[in-house]
Design a protein around this ligand. Structure first.
Ligand code: HQG
Length: 180
Protein backbone atom coordinates (compact mmCIF):
# COMPACT_ATOMS: atom_id res chain seq x y z
CA UNK A 1 0.00 0.00 0.00
CA UNK A 2 1.21 3.50 -0.78
CA UNK A 3 2.51 5.35 2.25
CA UNK A 4 0.96 8.64 3.35
CA UNK A 5 3.20 11.71 3.53
CA UNK A 6 2.86 11.63 7.31
CA UNK A 7 4.14 8.05 7.46
CA UNK A 8 7.07 8.89 5.20
CA UNK A 9 7.87 11.98 7.29
CA UNK A 10 7.93 9.90 10.47
CA UNK A 11 10.16 7.31 8.82
CA UNK A 12 12.55 10.02 7.58
CA UNK A 13 12.67 11.56 11.08
CA UNK A 14 13.47 8.15 12.53
CA UNK A 15 16.37 7.33 10.22
CA UNK A 16 17.74 10.87 9.73
CA UNK A 17 17.53 11.99 13.38
CA UNK A 18 17.69 8.87 15.50
CA UNK A 19 18.50 5.44 14.02
CA UNK A 20 20.27 5.58 10.61
CA UNK A 21 21.79 2.16 11.41
CA UNK A 22 18.28 0.64 11.38
CA UNK A 23 18.53 0.71 7.56
CA UNK A 24 22.35 0.65 7.29
CA UNK A 25 22.45 4.32 6.34
CA UNK A 26 25.54 6.53 6.65
CA UNK A 27 25.05 10.11 7.86
CA UNK A 28 27.94 12.56 7.73
CA UNK A 29 28.60 14.88 10.66
CA UNK A 30 26.34 17.52 9.10
CA UNK A 31 23.53 14.96 8.99
CA UNK A 32 23.51 14.39 5.21
CA UNK A 33 22.52 11.05 3.71
CA UNK A 34 22.61 9.97 0.09
CA UNK A 35 19.00 9.69 -1.12
CA UNK A 36 19.62 6.61 -3.30
CA UNK A 37 21.24 4.87 -0.31
CA UNK A 38 18.26 5.82 1.84
CA UNK A 39 15.84 4.39 -0.74
CA UNK A 40 17.90 1.18 -1.01
CA UNK A 41 18.17 0.84 2.79
CA UNK A 42 14.44 1.39 3.21
CA UNK A 43 13.69 -1.18 0.49
CA UNK A 44 15.79 -3.70 2.43
CA UNK A 45 13.31 -3.25 5.30
CA UNK A 46 10.30 -3.63 3.03
CA UNK A 47 9.67 0.13 2.98
CA UNK A 48 8.94 1.29 -0.52
CA UNK A 49 10.04 4.88 -1.18
CA UNK A 50 11.00 6.74 -4.30
CA UNK A 51 12.73 10.02 -4.95
CA UNK A 52 9.59 11.82 -6.07
CA UNK A 53 7.73 10.86 -2.89
CA UNK A 54 10.67 11.93 -0.70
CA UNK A 55 10.89 15.28 -2.49
CA UNK A 56 7.15 15.83 -2.08
CA UNK A 57 7.40 15.10 1.66
CA UNK A 58 10.37 17.48 2.07
CA UNK A 59 8.50 20.19 0.18
CA UNK A 60 5.21 19.64 2.03
CA UNK A 61 6.63 19.31 5.56
CA UNK A 62 4.64 21.71 7.79
CA UNK A 63 7.66 22.38 9.99
CA UNK A 64 10.22 22.20 7.15
CA UNK A 65 11.91 19.34 8.99
CA UNK A 66 14.15 18.24 6.11
CA UNK A 67 16.43 19.83 3.52
CA UNK A 68 17.81 18.64 0.19
CA UNK A 69 21.34 19.41 -0.93
CA UNK A 70 21.76 21.84 -3.81
CA UNK A 71 22.58 19.02 -6.24
CA UNK A 72 19.44 17.17 -5.09
CA UNK A 73 21.41 14.01 -4.24
CA UNK A 74 21.35 14.23 -0.44
CA UNK A 75 18.84 14.83 2.35
CA UNK A 76 19.11 15.75 6.03
CA UNK A 77 16.94 16.58 9.02
CA UNK A 78 17.60 20.23 9.94
CA UNK A 79 17.22 19.68 13.71
CA UNK A 80 15.93 17.23 16.30
CA UNK A 81 18.81 14.73 16.24
CA UNK A 82 19.59 12.25 18.97
CA UNK A 83 22.19 10.20 17.07
CA UNK A 84 25.78 10.92 18.11
CA UNK A 85 26.85 10.45 14.47
CA UNK A 86 25.59 13.94 13.68
CA UNK A 87 27.04 17.15 15.04
CA UNK A 88 25.77 20.00 12.87
CA UNK A 89 27.97 23.10 13.02
CA UNK A 90 25.12 25.53 13.70
CA UNK A 91 26.09 29.20 13.67
CA UNK A 92 25.64 30.99 16.97
CA UNK A 93 22.88 33.57 16.90
CA UNK A 94 21.61 36.21 19.30
CA UNK A 95 18.10 35.19 20.37
CA UNK A 96 15.12 37.47 20.99
CA UNK A 97 14.40 38.57 24.54
CA UNK A 98 11.98 35.72 25.19
CA UNK A 99 11.69 32.26 23.65
CA UNK A 100 9.02 29.68 24.49
CA UNK A 101 9.23 26.01 25.38
CA UNK A 102 6.12 23.85 25.23
CA UNK A 103 6.00 20.92 27.59
CA UNK A 104 3.44 18.81 29.44
CA UNK A 105 2.18 19.65 32.93
CA UNK A 106 3.41 16.34 34.30
CA UNK A 107 7.05 17.34 33.59
CA UNK A 108 6.79 20.68 35.42
CA UNK A 109 7.97 19.61 38.86
CA UNK A 110 11.13 18.07 37.44
CA UNK A 111 11.79 21.01 35.10
CA UNK A 112 11.35 23.61 37.84
CA UNK A 113 13.75 21.61 40.03
CA UNK A 114 16.56 20.83 37.56
CA UNK A 115 15.92 23.10 34.56
CA UNK A 116 15.31 22.06 30.95
CA UNK A 117 17.64 19.36 29.67
CA UNK A 118 17.86 17.91 26.17
CA UNK A 119 16.62 14.46 27.25
CA UNK A 120 17.27 12.07 24.36
CA UNK A 121 18.04 14.86 21.87
CA UNK A 122 21.18 16.97 21.45
CA UNK A 123 19.53 20.30 22.30
CA UNK A 124 16.62 21.84 24.14
CA UNK A 125 14.17 23.06 21.47
CA UNK A 126 12.66 26.54 21.79
CA UNK A 127 10.29 28.59 19.68
CA UNK A 128 9.80 32.30 19.09
CA UNK A 129 6.07 31.62 18.76
CA UNK A 130 3.88 30.81 21.76
CA UNK A 131 1.29 28.98 19.61
CA UNK A 132 3.94 26.63 18.25
CA UNK A 133 5.08 25.93 21.82
CA UNK A 134 1.52 24.97 22.81
CA UNK A 135 1.38 22.45 19.93
CA UNK A 136 4.76 20.99 20.93
CA UNK A 137 3.58 20.58 24.54
CA UNK A 138 0.35 18.89 23.44
CA UNK A 139 2.32 15.92 22.13
CA UNK A 140 2.96 14.73 25.69
CA UNK A 141 -0.19 15.72 27.63
CA UNK A 142 -1.78 18.90 28.97
CA UNK A 143 0.37 21.63 27.43
CA UNK A 144 2.21 24.22 29.50
CA UNK A 145 4.22 27.03 27.95
CA UNK A 146 7.38 28.15 29.69
CA UNK A 147 8.96 31.54 29.04
CA UNK A 148 12.72 31.44 28.69
CA UNK A 149 14.79 34.57 29.26
CA UNK A 150 16.87 33.78 26.22
CA UNK A 151 18.62 37.10 25.77
CA UNK A 152 19.69 37.14 29.44
CA UNK A 153 21.09 33.62 29.00
CA UNK A 154 22.91 34.64 25.82
CA UNK A 155 24.38 37.69 27.54
CA UNK A 156 25.70 35.42 30.28
CA UNK A 157 27.53 33.34 27.69
CA UNK A 158 25.15 30.49 26.84
CA UNK A 159 25.22 29.93 23.06
CA UNK A 160 22.01 29.83 21.01
CA UNK A 161 21.56 28.48 17.51
CA UNK A 162 18.72 28.63 15.00
CA UNK A 163 18.05 25.73 12.67
CA UNK A 164 17.11 26.36 9.02
CA UNK A 165 13.45 25.87 9.88
CA UNK A 166 13.46 28.56 12.57
CA UNK A 167 13.61 26.27 15.63
CA UNK A 168 15.89 27.70 18.36
CA UNK A 169 18.38 25.41 20.06
CA UNK A 170 20.43 25.61 23.24
CA UNK A 171 22.12 22.90 25.30
CA UNK A 172 20.16 23.36 28.53
CA UNK A 173 18.22 26.01 30.43
CA UNK A 174 18.85 26.63 34.13
CA UNK A 175 15.85 27.17 36.42
CA UNK A 176 16.66 30.86 36.98
CA UNK A 177 15.90 31.62 33.29
CA UNK A 178 12.50 29.86 33.28
CA UNK A 179 9.16 31.40 34.16
CA UNK A 180 5.62 30.15 33.65
C1 HQG B 1 10.87 17.57 28.69
C2 HQG B 1 9.13 18.44 17.60
C3 HQG B 1 11.56 16.30 32.83
C4 HQG B 1 10.65 18.58 27.61
C5 HQG B 1 8.82 19.76 18.25
C6 HQG B 1 9.92 17.75 26.57
C7 HQG B 1 10.15 20.28 18.70
C8 HQG B 1 11.99 17.45 30.90
C9 HQG B 1 10.52 16.37 26.74
C10 HQG B 1 11.04 19.07 18.75
C11 HQG B 1 13.12 18.07 31.50
C12 HQG B 1 11.51 16.02 25.65
C13 HQG B 1 11.49 18.77 20.13
C14 HQG B 1 13.41 17.73 32.84
C15 HQG B 1 12.95 18.79 29.49
N1 HQG B 1 12.62 16.85 33.46
N2 HQG B 1 11.22 16.58 31.56
N3 HQG B 1 14.47 18.27 33.49
N4 HQG B 1 13.69 18.88 30.61
N5 HQG B 1 11.92 17.94 29.66
O1 HQG B 1 10.37 15.46 22.06
O2 HQG B 1 11.09 19.96 22.91
O3 HQG B 1 7.57 17.42 15.01
O4 HQG B 1 12.73 15.38 22.97
O5 HQG B 1 9.88 19.67 28.08
O6 HQG B 1 8.18 20.65 17.39
O7 HQG B 1 9.15 18.31 23.10
O8 HQG B 1 9.58 16.18 15.72
O9 HQG B 1 11.57 17.54 22.89
O10 HQG B 1 8.54 17.69 26.85
O11 HQG B 1 10.72 21.24 17.89
O12 HQG B 1 9.76 17.95 13.99
O13 HQG B 1 11.23 16.39 27.99
O14 HQG B 1 10.28 17.99 18.24
O15 HQG B 1 9.37 18.61 16.24
O16 HQG B 1 10.76 15.77 24.47
O17 HQG B 1 10.36 18.55 20.97
P1 HQG B 1 11.39 15.95 23.02
P2 HQG B 1 10.48 18.65 22.54
P3 HQG B 1 9.04 17.47 15.19
Amino acid sequence: MKKTHNEVSKFLSYVLRHQPEAIGLELDSEGWANIDALIAGAAGQGQSLDKQLIEAVVEGSDKKRFALSEDGLRIRAVQGHSTAKVDIAFTEKKPPDILYHGTASRFLTAILAEGLTAQSRQYVHLSADREVAIQVGQRYGTPVVLEINALAMFEQGYPFYQAENGVWLTRQVAVEFISQ
